[in-house]
Design a protein around this ligand. Structure first.
Ligand SMILES: [Zn+2]
Length: 632
């Protein structure tokens, strides 16, 4: 079905997150990198605190109810007392501020007069302090997409959270290396009109940040959130989309989910389905002789089985919202979020899981259910199951009225899972440990005068100044090797050779499993100098780079000799040609009018990689005639 996005009132906004490649972290002098070495750990537990109004944050309570322990791994070079929350944060990293301001200028945003650091409460333990430090650096601005302008709302500098190493029901293990790495967050207004435009805007913002040369680049990967709403639906926040190409799919699937939930609401109300009652049945004994391994496993560990009847809801629990995601999947998400139960079973999928038709009938009879009715089974500790019935009843009641506003996590197939209810607004406090940073007009001017060119200008320069085709130019920009390209060209190398080597040749070598990341700028410049000095042929560049990747510390001259790739002098070529002609006199005599091609073939098969083909042609032309004449 083709959806008219304007008709359904689709509004999409993006939050693009990008790690910045600074020397050190945002609020301390630790190195900005990830680290495998761990030198110790410590643990914490979450305690919810009341707000000033004496209320608990429901999201915090939810996390608290899971009663998990957070374990933090200490790293030697990337954590200090600041990450451990034993020492106040240092002044905000000026290098990160400069990068963020450059991005702000590139997006025509209004830079704030003073940068104030705030604390944003986080409740999943991903930060040792219990909050994330964040600072708005600019407001407003826009990016262009064809005839559309999408407004930027805010440009923010934030500290990244800890790296999650492992997670289970009882604990989460975090590593401190990532906590405090500077992130830039660029949020657009909800003005994006369709799924494809969202992808283009995300790409556009990404390339603007990359153009500062200070964005940490992991090829093809991004971290961003999508805000989405349709007029009759709800505002949803989707977290952690990893691939640019997934954005349209995630949006389409969320639209589908909301439209289907609206259909479900319609059905619930037109069929006069009664609201679920709080009556439930403990049906553990009915499974005493069950053959179901799943149920048996629960019974053996002392669990209860509780049945929640749902009048006139047959077929609605299995109602599909997204591919392989049903209304019951949403209910199960809620149950998993607030209890320690793994999920639920529902009548639309039974018989199944080893539960027989006869057992289903027994359950229906026991709960006095009719054919048009449905039920849910919970298995686990009795109190948890009872809590789960309340949670499910509440979620079903919502389905009669509206789509709940939620924050959802994205799965690899583009479908989403409930993560938490959307709080009105994240709780923010002023970070009293860090004084505000004044941004003077002089500071802004300094950044403006060093501003990188916009991508389209850089493309134009590569195409006009160096006569590169658009694809090569784009590839140089995409793999961030423009700077190296210009250095190589400045020593007199033909632009097309330099560009092809830095893009196609490297791509080919990488695909062949060669570790080209071992090569530095100096390696490339040396190889091209050797080419320029006539030491090697351009055909040898690929072979040398491949070999050098394996032993990057090797001396280039030795390498060239070892691979037998040194170009011969004119004298040497002349001598070699004379010798080859002598040896092949008979073959050449028989070649008649094709004698030149034949001679060229013979010579090149011997000298390839060591003599330039045009040089060989020139010498062969002058030699061959007289040689043939003297041998008739
Ligand atoms: Zn530190």
């Amino acid at each position: 079905m083709k959806i008219n996005y304007e008709e359904i009132g689709l509004k999409v906004g993006l939050e693009v997150h990008q790690q910045l490649e600074t020397e050190h972290k945002l609020f301390c002098s630790c190195k900005n990198m990830l680290e495998e070495k761990v030198v110790g750990d410590f643990f914490r537990k979450l305690r919810p605190t009341k707000s000033e109004l004496g209320e608990y944050d429901p999201a915090a309570l939810m996390e608290f109810s899971r009663n998990r322990t957070y374990i933090y791994q200490i790293t030697p070079n990337t954590s200090c007392l600041v990450e451990l929350d034993e020492e106040p944060p240092h002044m905000i990293n000026r290098e990160a501020v400069e990068i963020a301001l450059a991005c702000a200028l590139l997006m025509n945003s209004r830079i704030v007069d003073e940068i104030h650091v705030m604390r944003k409460e986080v409740i999943d333990g991903s930060n040792t302090t219990g909050f994330q430090r964040t600072a708005i650096v600019a407001l407003g601005g826009f990016v262009v997409d064809g005839n559309d302008k999408v407004e930027i709302q805010t440009i923010t500098l934030e500290e990244d959270s800890c790296r999650k190493i492992e997670e289970d029901q009882k604990k989460i293990v975090y590593r401190l290396d990532r906590q405090g790495i500077p992130l830039i967050e660029i949020a657009t207004a909800p003005q994006i009109k369709d799924p494809e435009q969202a992808r283009r805007i995300a790409y556009r913002i990404g390339t603007l940040v990359y153009s500062t040369g200070k964005a940490r680049r992991i090829l093809g990967s991004i971290r961003q959130d999508i805000n989405l709403s349709i007029s009759r639906g709800a505002k949803t926040e989707i977290k952690g989309v990893q691939e640019l190409s997934m954005i349209p799919k995630v949006i389409e699937l969320e639209i589908q989910r909301q439209l289907r939930l609206l259909e479900l609401k319609e059905i619930l109300n037109t069929r006069n389905v009664p609201r679920p009652s709080k009556t439930f049945f403990i049906v553990t004994d009915l499974f005493a002789d069950t053959q179901s391994k799943l149920v048996r496993r629960h019974l053996d560990s002392g669990d209860s089985v509780i049945l929640l009847p749902l009048k006139k809801m047959k077929g609605l629990l299995g109602f599909e919202l997204q591919p392989n995601r049903r209304f019951a999947s949403e209910l199960a998400d809620y149950v998993r979020s607030w209890t320690r139960l793994q999920g639920l079973l529902h009548s639309d999928e039974l018989p199944g899981y080893g539960i027989t038709e006869e057992e289903v009938k027994r359950l229906m009879d026991y709960a006095k259910l009719e054919d048009e009715d449905a039920f849910i089974l919970f298995m686990g500790p009795k109190e948890e199951c009872i809590a789960a019935t309340d949670i499910v009843i509440e979620r079903i009641n919502m389905a009669f009225e509206k789509i709940p506003e939620e924050t959802r996590n994205v799965a690899t197939d583009g479908t989403t899972r409930f993560a938490r209810s959307r709080p009105g607004s994240a709780r923010m406090y002023v970070e009293t440990d860090i004084p505000p940073l004044k941004i003077t007009p002089e500071f802004i001017e300094k950044i403006r005068s060093n501003l990188p060119l916009k991508i389209e200008d850089r493309l134009a320069i590569l195409q006009t100044k160096y006569s590169l085709n658009q694809q090569l130019a784009q590839e140089l920009i995409d793999n961030q090797s423009e700077g190296l390209f210009e250095k190589i060209v400045s020593i007199g190398v033909k632009p097309s050779i330099a560009a092809t080597t830095l893009t196609q040749t490297l791509k080919y070598l990488k695909r062949s499993g060669i570790s080209v990341e071992n090569l530095t700028e100096n390696h490339f410049i040396s190889v091209f100098k050797a080419l320029n000095d006539g030491k090697i042929a351009k055909e040898s560049i690929e072979i040398i780079l491949a070999e050098w990747s394996k032993t990057p510390s090797q001396d280039l001259d030795h390498l060239i000799d070892r691979l037998n790739l040194r170009l011969m002098s004119v004298n040497e070529i002349e001598r070699a040609i004379s010798q080859i002609l002598e040896e092949n006199l008979e073959v050449l005599k028989n070649s008649k009018e094709r004698v030149f091609d034949q001679a060229m073939k013979l010579v090149m098969s011997r000298l390839r990689g060591r003599a330039d083909a045009s040089e060989v042609t020139k010498i062969l032309k002058t030699k061959l005639d007289s040689f043939m004449k003297s041998n008739i």
